[in-house]
Design a binder for this molecule. Structure first.
Ligand code: DX5
Ligand code: ZN
Length: 219
């Protein structure tokens, strides 16, 4: 079984002091979740290469780049160059993701595949072996601060079954509406990577918020 990973999503941070916000939690977490939105796949724009590059200079955390984009492939080499470690693309954009997975790996990136709430598990079932990480969206992508959609936990369970039956160590990430109150349920369904934006960076004490999630997940 893979280790538990808490990955704060910087989308909820104060972008005017992003470096400080990240450094505040850096020793408490294993990875940083970076949402890149193109204003096309999702109705929002967030941040891009220059921000990732600036962050790389202030932290050695693993960079988990969630690419909510219709043409992420064009950016694999530039993402690697600015310090990204993992690139996650959407199954809704790449229904047959073999080619895009190969390109991400050729660029030196780990490969992740994300699935939106309405998309059935069957869409990703044949592609689990391509993935270093499978991201189950627990909100509709595009915005932070939304309410966790319980129904997606059945997809986490199915993904966990598949990963274990294949004897893989693929990470299973849950993203959206995660906090101390529901992180344990996500773990029990089979997730081992927990993205948390608002519940960390909008908390009065982000370190205490991470600790509360860590305690809940390890209890
Ligand atoms: C939504 C993003 C999420 C978001 C999570 O499109 O993919 O990563 O930042 O934010 P919270 O934890 O606030 O739901
Ligand atoms: Zn995300």
């Amino acid at each position: 079984m893979s280790r538990d990973v808490i990955a704060p999503s910087i989308l909820a941070a104060d972008f005017a002091k992003l470096g400080e916000e990240v450094q505040r939690v850096e020793n408490e977490v294993e990875m940083l979740h970076i949402d890149v939105m193109d204003g096309h796949f999702v109705p929002n724009i967030s941040l891009g290469l220059p921000v990732i590059e600036s962050l790389r200079a202030v932290t050695s955390l693993k960079f988990d780049c969630h690419l909510m984009m219709t043409n992420p492939e064009a950016y694999f080499d530039p993402l690697k160059a600015v310090g990204a470690d993992l690139a996650t693309v959407h199954i809704e954009v790449f229904p047959n993701p073999q080619g895009v997975a190969r390109k991400a790996k050729a660029a030196g990136l780990e490969f992740g595949l994300a699935i939106n709430p309405p998309t059935p598990y069957a869409a990703i079932d044949s592609f689990i072996e391509l993935c270093d990480l499978v991201l189950i969206m627990s909100v509709h992508p595009g915005f932070g601060g939304q309410t966790f959609i319980d129904e997606v936990l059945s997809k986490v369970e199915l993904t966990r079954k598949k990963v274990d039956s294949l004897g893989l160590s693929t990470d299973i990430e849950i993203d959206g509406g995660i906090g101390p109150e529901n992180i344990r349920r996500a773990k029990d369904a089979g997730a081992n990577v927990f993205v948390a934006g608002s519940s960390v960076f909008r908390a009065d004490d982000p370190v205490a918020a991470v600790t509360a999630m860590r305690n809940a997940v390890e209890a």
